[in-house]
Design a protein around this ligand. Structure first.
Ligand code: FEO
Length: 395
């Protein structure tokens, strides 16, 4: 059995879920995922950071047995979501002396989802340390990345940060460490967009906190271990910043070609202005790709036919997701083709409760787009160009 090591004292003993294709029954996983769990052997005590998903506990226990771990002193739960906590009960059963270390909120969440004796818990506070003999763990409270109970663990002497989901990527690859930079960047960005983007403001604060730590490795609980921490820290600084790019995300559905015809013209007009357009026909699009496109784009356009007196249900769904993901979008426009009346603009506008982009004048047309409608497409492209110019993002 192959077990990767980080330095001399840390072993990665989690599980690579090569074939998983969906997370939260929502997020596509083109590259599978991993549930990384880290065993740390100190001179006096042994600790395990996080476990693996429910149903995968036998793999974790086999690796603990292969390493001849007869006694486990601490099981550290950085995050209570089941992909990391799903084997906690099995580990606590196997090692009855182990204390379960977590945040105060973590105790509450874990107790809600599992059956754990309360005397097994040891709650830790922000910056509290725990000695393993020659090694010391420090706990850094980091609520809302992406649940309320989350914390990070820092191994002081080895300068390794274990941030659980933060900086992670749904990426099963051969080997533990960062090797394919381009692919990992995309995976990490996709993960950020799907999971972390709504918590951009909190993450900015944690980046500041982390910047004070000497770091040799960042070892998340999904995807690769970063032996060059700057790679992922710089990426997160960029994604969480207020900077947007000269890009338009165009989310659309077309039932009888009218919206599609308008969208084709609009893309062409935006391209004339040297604005990058990322069109997504929602009937064939991957929501992970949409989320990723939303990370940087200055403008989002939503184009829908009318159906049953409102927007197409796929458009309602993506508008809900857009609002929930809280991207840093500066401008938003709604485009609607209708046959005999609908309240699409009011319906979609009322869904934007968590984001406050500047709303561009709605573009509504009856039936097929005609010459004057295509002229409106050119005017919309010109308006977006000017808005981007004013924002200082047009090169
Ligand atoms: Fe990887 Fe939020 O769990």
């Amino acid at each position: 059995m192959f077990i990767s090591k980080i330095g001399e004292a840390v072993y990665e003993i989690g599980f690579k879920d090569w074939n998983r294709r969906l997370f939260d029954e929502l997020i596509p996983l083109p590259d599978g995922t991993t549930y990384n769990a880290y065993l740390i052997k100190g001179s006096e005590k042994t600790a395990l950071i996080d476990t693996v998903d429910t149903g995968k506990e036998e793999f974790l226990l086999k690796k603990l047995a292969a390493l001849k771990i007869d006694r486990l002193d601490y099981l550290i739960s950085n995050h209570s979501e089941q992909d990391h906590s799903g084997s906690i009960e099995a580990v606590l059963k196997k090692y009855p002396e182990a204390k379960l270390i977590c945040s105060k909120k973590g105790q509450e969440v874990l107790s809600a989802h599992f059956t754990i004796d309360q005397d097994r818990f040891k709650v830790v506070a922000d910056n509290e340390t725990l000695s393993l003999g020659n090694l010391t763990l420090q706990f850094i409270m980091a609520p809302w990345v992406h649940w309320p109970e989350t914390m990070l663990t820092y191994l002081i002497e080895e300068e390794i940060l274990f941030p659980c989901d933060l900086f992670g990527s749904h990426l099963a690859q051969s080997g533990l460490f960062l090797s394919d930079y381009e692919h990992t960047y995309r995976s990490a960005k996709r993960y950020y967009a799907e999971i972390m983007m709504p918590f951009r403001q909190q993450i900015k604060g944690y980046l500041e906190k982390i910047s004070k730590l000497p770091l040799k490795y960042i070892a998340p609980s999904h995807g690769v271990v970063y032996q060059e921490p700057r790679f992922i820290l710089d990426a997160y600084r960029d994604w969480t910043s207020e900077r947007v790019k000269n890009e338009v995300v165009l989310l659309y559905v077309s039932m009888h070609h009218s919206v599609a015809a308008f969208v084709t013209e609009l893309i062409s007009e935006l391209e004339k202005k040297r604005i990058r357009v990322m069109p997504f026909n929602l009937t064939v699009s991957d929501i992970g790709e949409i989320a990723m496109a939303l990370v940087d784009a200055a403008t989002v356009l939503i184009a829908t036919p009318a159906l049953l007196g409102g927007a197409h249900p796929q458009i309602v769904s993506v508008t809900y997701l857009f609002n929930a993901l809280r991207p840093k979008t500066k401008f938003l426009g709604i485009i609607n083709s209708y046959g005999w009346g609908a309240r699409v603009v009011e319906q979609l506008s009322s869904m934007l409760t968590a984001v406050k982009p500047e709303i561009l004048p709605a573009l509504v047309f009856k039936g097929i787009p005609r010459e004057h409608t295509f002229q409106q497409a050119a005017e919309l492209a010109e308006l977006i160009f000017r808005k981007h110019q004013e924002t200082g993002i047009v090169e």
